[in-house]
Design a binder for this molecule. Structure first.
Ligand SMILES: Cc1cc2nc3c(=O)[nH]c(=O)nc-3n(C[C@H](O)[C@H](O)[C@H](O)COP(=O)(O)O)c2cc1C
Ligand SMILES: Cc1ncc(COP(=O)(O)O)c(C=O)c1O
Length: 219
């Protein structure tokens, strides 16, 4: 058992990690793997399957694009953007916890993250919204995401209506913004021969603690 200090976060682990698993900051490790995936994946290297559950515990899952792995040694988060009134928005309002997994076929690796979820602050969400294509910004106004739609024509009429209302610089819709998953657990997985994969789980040493305990897991 060894103890090291990764920035402000202490790490306890049973085995020294090396190669693609090395490092004392799991956010930096996730960013490094994503940077590799950007070179090898044909499209959407930041796509994640995002799992939520409603108040009754029934799970739901869908893809979203991860837009930020925040720079922090100990208290970072995984950020995505969506409609607060969508199915996932409703589930996160009832039960603000989520899990996500990134899987890159080209690298044969996956990263899993679990934790409580909070909304991203207005200034950060405004800045991200402003960086999107104009038509995507208008689409966020027009789409009542996850609710029934009578026809494609009605959606396109709403798109035209919002484009007329906001010919330039549409403000961020009040129903659209970001969520941040604050990990209590992360897992880095890489494919091994004959299914003898390598897995390292990073878990907070105690609820609310900054320190991580890292454990190699059976494949
Ligand atoms: C690769 C990919 C990326 C996506 N990214 C997002 C996203 O970042 N935000 C979003 O709201 N929907 C995104 N979607 C659409 C969602 O998968 C989903 O259809 C939508 O958010 C409604 O989900 P819900 O009804 O569970 O709320 C993406 C779909 C795919 C296939
Ligand atoms: C409905 C929806 N919202 C948001 C996003 C996030 O991506 P972007 O901000 O790059 O449009 C996506 C990506 O596919 C999407 O489908």
């Amino acid at each position: 058992m060894s103890e090291t200090t990764g920035g402000t976060a202490r790490i306890t682990e049973s085995e020294t990690r090396s190669g693609i698993f090395a490092g004392s900051d799991p956010y930096a490790l996730a960013r490094a793997w994503m940077a590799e995936a950007e070179k090898t994946e044909p499209n959407d290297p930041t796509a994640v399957a995002l799992a939520t559950a409603d108040a009754g515990g029934l799970p739901n899952v869908r893809m979203v694009l991860l837009k930020e792995v925040e720079e922090s040694l100990s208290e970072g988060g995984f950020v995505f953007y969506t409609n607060f009134e969508s199915a996932k928005g409703g589930e996160l309002a009832e039960n603000p916890q989520a899990a996500m997994v990134m899987h890159w076929k080209s690298l044969r690796r996956q990263v899993r993250v679990r934790g409580p979820v909070e909304r991203v602050g207005d200034a950060q969400a405004d800045a991200y919204y402003a960086s999107r294509a104009y038509k995507s910004r208008i689409g966020a106004w027009a789409s009542a995401q996850s609710r029934p739609l009578s026809s494609r024509a009605s959606l396109m009429a709403d798109v035209a209506g919002y484009a007329a209302r906001y010919p330039i610089n549409p403000p961020r819709p009040p129903h659209w913004g970001g969520f941040r998953i604050r990990p209590v657990e992360m897992e880095f997985w890489a494919d091994g021969e004959f299914r003898l994969h390598n897995r390292f789980r990073w878990r907070r040493e105690a609820p609310g603690a900054l320190a991580w305990a890292v454990q190699r897991l059976n494949p």
